[in-house]
Design a binder for this molecule. Sequence first.
Ligand code: NAD
Ligand code: ZN
Ligand code: ZN
Length: 340
Amino acid sequence: MSDAMRAATVTSFGAPLEVKEWELPVPGPGEALVRVLTTGVCHTDLHAAHGDWPVRPEPPFIPGHEGVGEVVAVGEGVDDLSPGDLVGNAWFWSACGRCEFCRSGWETLCPQQKNGGYSVNGSFGDHMLVDATYAPRIPAGADPVEVAPVLCAGVTVYKSLKTTEARPGQWVAISGIGGLGHVAVQYARAMGMRVVAVDVADDKLELATRHGAELVVNARSEDPVARIQDEIGGVDGVVVTAVSPAAFSQAIGFSKRGGTISFVGLPPGDFATPIFDVVLKGLTLRGSIVGTRQDMAEALDFYARGLIHPTVTTRELGEINDIFDEMEHGRIDGRVVIEY
Ligand code: NAD
Ligand code: ZN
Ligand code: ZN
């Protein structure tokens, strides 16, 4: 093992990433060093590289939080991971384990949490560190390319669907059929729900149909609220993954009386909320952020049972700036996965 690694690095916000050498990190107590095999590219990595959000990481840093790899060394006190084990990193990289949120099943809200590819270096490098207590375990037999998007896109939309409290047989709308949304269609179907897909591009809607959406609506060429209300009388749950504040306001209109809208997308900005509709229709508006270790284990189990097949294109690390450019312009079908 040489003592250097290569990683796509954010050196300043908004600048192209640079593939640079870093010193190979040494796993501290409770950590493991992982040789990365694959990593998905999430739109969050693009927000990170642009410094889009109020809380920013500190350049230079290595994005990436859908990494899959093989443990090569473990730090002091690690007794449940050994070299050769397959693990992932995730946005939810670690938490304090002691606060009110950690104690009550809401560890993803821990104020002390660390985030992969943001506050801790991530999987856009050929090696990465993980926290042995928090790193997702990759199920035996998983394809390292296909499973990568489950580690963020999969767990996030699975948790978000759960928070809508929609039941089997009910309709949900998935707004935004990108990396997250195309997997959301599959989770919703596997959970027994009926799916309306909304996007602004017809090729994204074709992808949704292939993955099991029964109704698709192009929000650029028609009014999605009128169409969904006319056709099926509204939906019981909405998952908004669209990277557009306008989609957040529209989603409120998709909902049936008593419905729940779960916001997942993170475009910078605000959106208008019609108070009268929210109150009179008794709507629940909530945010949803990734998933706990238990949500992750469940999301991976759906994959292991053959119910989830992300649409992926494999690329190389050196193409990261092209990948970001294609993502920004909505030209990616499903998810891009980098293979090392
Ligand atoms: P993506 O770029 O792959 O997909 C975004 C999709 O939104 C595209 O298909 C695009 O065509 C569509 N879209 C754009 N404008 C739209 C509109 N007005 N109506 C409907 N669809 C529209 O991005 P992604 O990787 O799927 O991530 C989506 C968002 O979710 C990002 O903001 C990301 O940061 C966020 N995210 C949140 C969490 C969480 O836990 N809350 C986790 C992961 C990602
Ligand atoms: Zn992500
Ligand atoms: Zn905590």
